[in-house]
Design a protein around this ligand. Sequence first.
Ligand code: FMN
Ligand code: SF4
Length: 397
Amino acid sequence: MKSSLTGKLTFALVEPDTGLAHAVTMSPPGIVDELRRSGLRGRGGGGFEVAEKWRLCAAAEGPGRFIVCNAAEGEPGSFKDRAILQGFAQLVFEGMTIAAAAVGASRGILYLRREYGYMAAHMESVLAARRHAGLLGQCIPGRGDFDFDISIHLGDGAYVCGQETALLEYLEGRRGEPRNRPPWPTTRGLRGAPTVVHNVETFAWVSCVLARGAAWFKNLGTAGSPGLKLFSVSGDCQRPGVYEFQLGFSISELLETVGAERVKGVQIGGASGRMIPPSQFHRTIAMEDLPYGGAIIVFGEERDMLDVAGNYLRFFVRESCGQCVPCREGTRRLLDGVERLRQGRCPAVHLDRLCELGNTIRLTSKCGLGQSAPQAFLSIVSHYRRELMGRERHERG
Ligand SMILES: Cc1cc2nc3c(=O)[nH]c(=O)nc-3n(C[C@H](O)[C@H](O)[C@H](O)COP(=O)(O)O)c2cc1C
Ligand code: SF4
């Protein structure tokens, strides 16, 4: 089930540019059909179907089209995109080129968080080699009408800039703040042009699907979440690292693989995800059960769940862009509630009101940051309520 980054990741087994060589023999709709048959969903967290995104972009009116690779990787606990860019940048650029061939884009941009700037020189050299080999630039072999090139854009590291419309704003030279949707980027994205935005890992899987065929990918994983996926696993375990799993694996299997014992909870999806208690470790990571991002964090028995909830909320208070009230003010109120719990000044009825507030923030915030900000807190209250209230009794004496 497992392979760590130092083991045999599928990315290490796929010959670079086999997928592109295959793609340039196909018609653009043929490439989209192959992706649809594979069932590949985006690996950036939302799990939107890749082929549908490409179909919408190809069908939208220009002028021009863009392919954007999202290498913001701001989710606390996620480091798999860094590993992919370090080890398999070729596959990522290849996947961007295949996407361009499918939707008719001539320009690609890889948005790289500034903390990963040390990788830029290596990535530029990979791009230069691809241009030299005729795999980027004018007239890619096999498709005389197809020109495509990629540039790297360094970001400034705000978490919200990973949200796709905030990222587009940033690339256009403005503050990275989320736009209203619709219109979706596939219709009006970068500089008003139809744009495909994908996570780093998604582009790498595109190359693998085109190289090995849709059936290979579709036969792995589950019906609703086909294929393989990389996860950054950290926290209280003996073997943290980047792991490749077939989707549909259970949390128990994961814990055994990474060497985690006496576990109090597992946070699936980083700060914006949710805490799963031991009674639910039979549950599976797949869209049908527990939706996934790229980060899994293990919390051992000695961890204080109120501290965990407070840490995550503090992150969201700091990272909220401030555009909308539920996210800007609501996350502060939840954090105040955590402080009151810590001081033993939060009776059960007040905790219930905080949960109502959390649900309101989820439902009324403008973008995914606010919509997911209360999730960790709500799941911790739901599964560890006795611990939180017990602390109140204990600290009041
Ligand atoms: C606050 C916030 C931060 C995000 N950060 C990232 C990120 O760092 N990397 C990423 O690929 N997607 C991130 N996303 C998701 C993107 O908005 C978008 O859905 C994703 O890039 C699409 O890629 P996919 O189709 O490959 O899943 C973030 C979303 C939100 C709301
Ligand atoms: S939900 Fe938060 S991050 Fe998103 S637009 Fe509103 S204030 Fe900004």
